[in-house]
Design a protein around this ligand. Structure first.
Ligand SMILES: [Zn+2]
Length: 291
């Protein structure tokens, strides 16, 4: 595995962690044929994923309000042929219409979320219903699965409101009502015989988790956001899914003061405590990683 050619590998218990030594965002890198897969974490649940068969993206969110400025723009997605949307919340869909208009990418989104994207300017001929009953993109063996959203707990809601001023609270309400969650989807796909599972929110039911376990996942993209005890919740989910590698995402402070940073170290500790035998790959914000 390689992160931007600057790597340091450390071991903590059973979980090997890869840490980047330098910050080098890669915005328009060409397809790399040295590695079977190249992941770029855009912040929140956003990824650009390059395989030998093409380039796809998940839940791109690059506006970020007063958060760390993204080095990515709508033009960074020029070579992306398909975008897949996990659910309709603003931090998963806000930038999708503009990105789509700067590319020829198809946008795969579940029912209500697709409708909302069209209302916000996504051309109809670019939208594809992300059905979970058929193959969505054959060359990636890409399928959608029914999933569930994390349930915001009262302490989290209270601490969020405490951080926000009156104007922020009004904005939060607007974003909440203007960007309904809709149906939540998880996606699986394959690159060079490796199976990857993208989860957009960590509310999966036990039945859903067992279904994902049966897929025999190599790389799990796991969202750390949405609950006061999110690290423990996702660590338990990871144990059930049982991937070879878990890649945490969505733990950045993507839209302050509404958002906050989530500790990946706590997540690693929870995994260690539960006896996770796989690896944790932490991709630094806005970095790429060759696997
Ligand atoms: Zn959400």
């Amino acid at each position: 595995m390689q992160i931007d050619n600057h790597l340091k590998t450390t071991k903590t218990g059973n979980a090997a962690q890869l840490l980047s030594k330098s910050f080098s965002p890669v915005v328009n890198r060409k397809l790399c044929y040295c590695f079977p897969m190249d992941l770029t974490w855009l912040g929140t649940a956003g990824f650009i994923i390059k395989g030998q068969q093409g380039i796809i993206a998940f839940d791109p969110f690059i506006s970020r309000g007063t958060g760390a400025k993204s080095p990515f723009t709508a033009k960074s997605f020029a070579d992306v042929e398909a975008m897949f949307i996990g659910h309709g919340h603003f931090d998963h869909t806000y930038d999708v219409p503009e990105i789509a208009l700067n590319t020829e990418a198809k946008v795969f989104a579940p029912g209500l979320t697709g409708l909302m994207l069209k209302l916000r300017g996504l051309p109809s001929d670019r939208l594809v219903h992300a059905s979970n009953e058929e193959m969505l993109l054959k060359k990636f063996n890409l399928r959608a699965y029914k999933s569930s959203h994390a349930k915001f707990d009262l302490p989290l809601v209270y601490s969020t409101l405490k951080r926000c001023k009156l104007g922020d609270c009004a904005k939060l309400c607007g974003l909440g009502f203007g960007y309904p969650k809709g149906m939540v989807q998880t996606y699986s796909f394959e690159i060079k015989n490796k199976k990857i599972l993208f989860i957009s929110s960590a509310g999966c039911t036990e039945k859903e988790l067992l279904m994902y376990r049966n897929l025999e996942i190599d790389y799990l993209l796991a969202p750390l956001q949405g609950h006061t005890h999110i690290q423990e919740i996702v660590a338990k989910q990871t144990m059930i899914i049982n991937p070879k590698v878990v890649i945490p995402h969505h733990h950045d402070d993507f839209y302050p003061p509404i958002s906050q940073s989530i500790s990946v170290e706590v997540f690693k500790d929870k995994l260690k405590h539960l006896g996770f035998k796989g690896n944790v790959l932490e991709i630094p914000l806005f970095h790429s990683c060759d696997i």
